[in-house]
Design a protein around this ligand. Structure first.
Ligand code: NAI
Length: 328
């Protein structure tokens, strides 16, 4: 795994800080005091974010039940979602592939968020059926939110280029990273495991729309994931008022992210091309929670960019400067 260099660096640049609007509902903790730290009961205290501020819990998900996939370690986007969902009053099940469980880190998160853990390989229909049945049982009813935060490409892992793919691995990439969303929603739908008005969010990347050569076969998987989101979103919206969206996140320093060849390069490039800078994992968690909440109950079948403005920026002076002659 590549070194996790400080992903907060962009926020520490003075010019960025000057132009950074305060995230809403936040309390600055320049000089943390015992009063600040203990003002809220622990289950209502949100984790500290990269903005150097602490989000104030609002009980946004109070009374809601959920399932969160993909929390591998503290860097995982799903880990941040779980911490924040807990702080905002949700109860949920944590799940990951049995092999990821053996690494043991999820136990820490399960303890702090008081969440049961149910192992499930997202490509195994029997595992998924069990996941939904047991979740409904353990949480005492159908879930209100589901986070799909799963991605893996054997071709990327083993360094096969797009023009020399191993097709068995390609199938695995598509199955783990995209079809797994279809499998999950099909399994959940059959046993009515998602409540009316519920919200499903899957994480994706802009390589589904634009070419990022080193993203390799993951680009195809993300394109499929976004299409499955629309296809299921239509059906679940019509039948059960359930929303299904993808969040297209900035490059983020996680195990999956840093596994991509040249990741440091496109992390830096995206940061320089985004007026707000790359969105950190904690901010992605906040966006996911907004989508789980009732405030977004008419948003569905969308691919929502959470990328600091990268997707609609043509060029920035910072990037142009690299190509300008000395007279510029
Ligand atoms: P991560 O490596 O922490 O999470 C990926 C998760 O997928 C891991 O927990 C892993 O155990 C799980 N997984 C893999 N195979 C599985 C299977 N068969 N069954 C169940 N779970 C399985 O990395 P990260 O970055 O938090 O990834 C979460 C999602 O965010 C992925 O969909 C990723 O593609 C997406 N994303 C990540 C970006 C980044 O730069 N890190 C940017 C945009 C999207």
């Amino acid at each position: 795994m590549a070194v996790l260099w400080s992903a907060s660096s962009s926020w520490e640049r003075p010019e960025r800080l000057n132009h950074t609007p305060s995230p809403p509902h936040t309390v600055y903790l320049h000089r943390p005091t015992a009063e600040h730290a203990f003002a809220l009961p622990s289950h209502r205290r949100a984790p500290k974010t990269r903005f150097g501020v602490q989000s104030m819990a609002h009980g946004l998900l109070q009374g809601k039940r959920g399932i969160i996939t993909g929390a591998l370690n503290e860097q995982s986007i799903a880990w941040k979602v779980a911490e924040l969902a807990h702080a905002e009053g949700a109860r949920f099940v944590l799940t990951n592939a049995p092999v990821a469980m053996r690494m043991g880190e999820i136990k820490k998160l399960a303890d702090t968020t008081k969440a049961p853990v149910i192992p499930a390989d997202a490509t195994n229909d029997a595992d998924l059926e069990k996941l939904f049945n047991e979740s409904v049982q353990q949480l005492g009813g159908p879930v209100d939110f589901l986070l799909h935060s799963i991605g893996m490409s054997p071709n990327v892992r083993k360094g096969r280029t797009y023009s020399d793919l191993n097709y068995e691995w390609y199938k695995q990439t598509l199955d783990v990273s995209a079809m797994s969303l279809h499998r999950m929603l099909q399994a959940a739908n059959k046993v009515d495991a998602i409540a009316k008005g519920g919200s499903v969010v899957a994480l994706t990347y802009i390589a589904a729309q634009r070419v990022f050569p080193d993203y390799n076969d993951m680009a195809d998987a993300k394109a499929l994931l976004e299409s499955i989101t629309r296809s299921w979103g239509y059906r679940l919206g019509r039948d059960k008022k359930i929303r299904v969206n993808t969040v297209s996140q900035s490059p983020t320093m996680t195990t999956a992210g840093t596994g991509i060849k040249g990741f440091d390069g496109f992390f830096g490039f995206a940061d320089a091309m985004s007026p707000l800078g790359n969105a950190p994992a904690e901010a992605c968690a906040e966006y996911c929670l907004a989508l789980f909440s009732d405030y977004t109950r008419y948003v569905t079948m969308q691919n929502l960019f959470h990328d600091g403005g990268f997707s609609t920026t043509g060029v920035t002076p910072e990037v142009m400067a690299k190509f300008m002659g000395p007279e510029a």
